[in-house]
Ligand binder design. Structure first.
Ligand code: SF4
Length: 480
């Protein structure tokens, strides 16, 4: 299937789309294959090999525990945070895994084979699952790659998957791979960027389904923030990073001198007032809240990855609460903003998936935080009335100033620098949209040029800076 908006915004659990969501999905696919092949009852042994970045930073990213859950048959988009805790506690206590939910095997995190210095040819995030019978005979084995944003590819099927992708794109009414093609569709049809994306999405869903699906995505983002604002304390993993969002929220409410959003105001006026003087603080708060929830393994929307999951909600929150005219907007108009924002952001996300990468392990943090910032800038420019050229310009500015951003998470945890980096990138996205909207859409560097530059910069970047925790802050900051 061609990459669509619901691939770029999918519901999963933290802390990482490439190191948690993708591996869990791959393990769940393997478990389903075991069931379907009829060999499940014969399984007596299991082996999991993790390669490259998955092995290097897997512990900090929850890769191993995510794989255990996937092997039990859980899917990232369906499992609830409570189930995660309950099953992992049971496995840790008994030392027994329920393979595909049916066969009890003594297996745990410590049994996985880590090969951080071995990088398989297709991608650095490789994993192999093998099951054997009582005599040690291999019953089934499969290698998968987690290629970013929760997407997985099976070894040996890369060409077939690519071919299927190309075929499915032919079925789209307005297919595009580059920003130039996207803008050309806009010119020919007179449609905006979000409209082009909608036309393509309608090839696989009705407009009502698309609208309902995107509003649901936004509601999960809002729930993620609401949950995070109530959870105080220190994030898991040993770095002792304190959750700041709950305190900031209390302070912001006091300084804004109004009541909690969504509650009736004492003077009977608007029920959802956000003092414009504090727009930056609100944007910071939303980004921090989402990423703190992600870092603690909570439920998030990959946007387009988990590490960068706070940027799009923060900028969409800005659009809904601080963009001109929004204080007068009714529910229908607000819903329209959500839908058009996510469609335009999704269209730009397709460009990154098609021409470069959204994987920190492949191109560094510019591919995660940079792509999310660029998508958010496009979404904001779109709902603030930008022309297609201005929307493309907004996306270009946001990525241009994230080029070269390395991935160097301390302790391999998606906490430092990731959490604050989302707030900074959200502010960049808002500024990029504003700069583009004050121009006429003409600009010197095209979005396609900056995407190619990001890809080439990522290729040249040392592997130390690509989600291995072997360079940058990860080695220069003392962990304890
Ligand atoms: S540094 Fe960036 S790419 Fe790396 S884990 Fe953090 S958010 Fe993801």
């Amino acid at each position: 299937m061609a990459v669509g908006v619901f691939d770029l915004f999918s519901i999963g659990i933290g802390p990482s789309s490439s190191h948690t969501v993708g591996p869990m999905r791959a393990a769940a696919v393997f478990a389903e294959e075991l069931k379907a092949s009829g060999v499940l009852a014969e399984v007596a042994g299991l082996r999991v090999d993790l390669y490259g970045s998955l092995a290097a930073t897997g512990h900090g990213h929850g890769t191993m525990t995510a794989i255990l859950l996937g092997l039990e048959g859980f899917h990232p988009e369906l499992i609830l945070p409570d189930e995660v805790e309950a099953r992992l506690a049971a496995i840790a206590e008994t030392g027994v895994l329920q393979l595909a939910g049916a066969v009890a095997l003594p297996y745990g995190v410590k049994d996985m084979v880590l090969r951080p210095l071995t990088v398989l040819p297709r991608h650095t995030n490789g994993m192999t699952f093998t099951v054997t019978g009582a005599e040690g005979t291999v019953l089934h084995s499969a290698t998968f790659f987690s290629v970013g944003g929760g997407f997985i590819v099976r070894e040996g099927e890369e060409d077939a998957a690519q071919q299927e992708l190309e075929e499915s794109k032919k079925e789209l009414p307005l297919p595009f791979r580059t920003a130039a093609e996207l803008l050309e569709h806009c010119r020919e049809t007179g449609l905006g960027i979000s409209d082009v994306m909608l036309v393509n999405e309608k090839a696989s869903r009705t407009e009502e389904e698309i609208r309902a699906g995107l509003l649901h995505i936004w509601s999960v983002m809002e729930d993620c923030v609401a949950t995070s604002l109530k959870r105080e304390g220190v994030l898991p993993g040993g770095l002792k990073v304190r959750r700041r969002a709950p305190d900031w929220y209390e302070r912001l409410k006091k300084e804004s001198s109004r009541l909690e959003p969504g509650t009736p105001d004492s003077d009977g006026q608007d029920q959802d007032f956000h003092d414009p003087k504090y727009w930056q603080e609100w944007v910071n708060l939303i980004a921090l809240a989402v990423n703190e929830e992600n870092a603690s393994g909570g439920r998030v929307v990959t946007a387009p990855t988990n590490g960068a999951a706070g940027i799009i909600p923060a900028v969409l929150f800005y659009a809904l609460h601080f963009a001109p005219g929004m204080d007068q907007a009714g529910q229908q108009d607000r819903d329209d903003v959500v839908v058009r924002f996510l469609l335009a952001a999704g269209a730009v996300g397709v460009l990154y998936k098609e021409q470069a990468s959204i994987s920190g392990a492949e191109v560094g943090c510019q591919g995660e935080v940079g792509s999310a910032s660029s998508m958010a800038a496009a979404g904001l420019a779109e709902v603030m009335g930008g022309s297609p050229a201005q929307v493309e310009n907004a996306a270009e500015i946001a990525m241009e100033h994230n080029l070269g951003l390395t991935c160097d998470p301390i302790g391999g945890l998606v906490q430092v620098p990731c959490i604050e980096r989302n707030a900074i990138a959200a502010a960049k996205a808002i500024n990029a949209a504003k700069m583009a909207l004050w121009g006429d859409g003409t600009h010197r560097v095209s979005l396609d040029e900056v995407i190619i530059t990001m890809r080439e910069t990522g290729k040249d970047m040392s592997s130390k800076y690509k989600e291995t925790a072997m360079g940058g802050l990860a080695v220069n900051v003392v962990e304890c």
